[in-house]
Design a binder for this molecule. Structure first.
Ligand code: FES
Length: 108
């Protein structure tokens, strides 16, 4: 079973990827060679280059960001918004089938 996720690039194009349950959105995007999520730190919560804007209804379904994630969200290259999350902290599961996120214009 796989989870389908949609990455909407800043230019309006969309990349659709397949993920395994338990993977993070960042891991799935990197495995698919998707552009727009850099993930310089490999998921260690030290880079903020995996920033995404999560669309509803998914944004409200995610567990709230932990303190470490909130702290790193202050270092995103593109403006942080209420639906900003770090994709290495988004654990994919069946409930997130169809997850759609907007990618920021820049991660650096
Ligand atoms: Fe570096 Fe998410 S990959 S903070």
């Amino acid at each position: 079973m796989s989870i389908t996720c949609h990455l909407v690039h800043a230019d309006g194009t969309t990349t659709t990827i397949s993920a395994r349950p338990g993977e993070s959105l960042m891991q799935a995007a990197v495995a698919a060679n998707a552009t727009g999520i850099e993930a310089d730190c490999g998921g260690l919560l030290t880079c903020a280059t995996c920033h995404v804007y999560v669309r509803e209804p998914f944004a409200s379904q995610l567990p709230p960001a932990e303190a470490d994630e909130r702290a790193m969200l202050e270092f995103t290259a593109s403006p942080c918004q209420p639906n900003s999350r770090l994709s290495c902290q988004i654990a994919l599961g069946e409930a997130l089938e169809g997850l759609t996120v907007d990618l920021p214009a820049s991660q650096h």
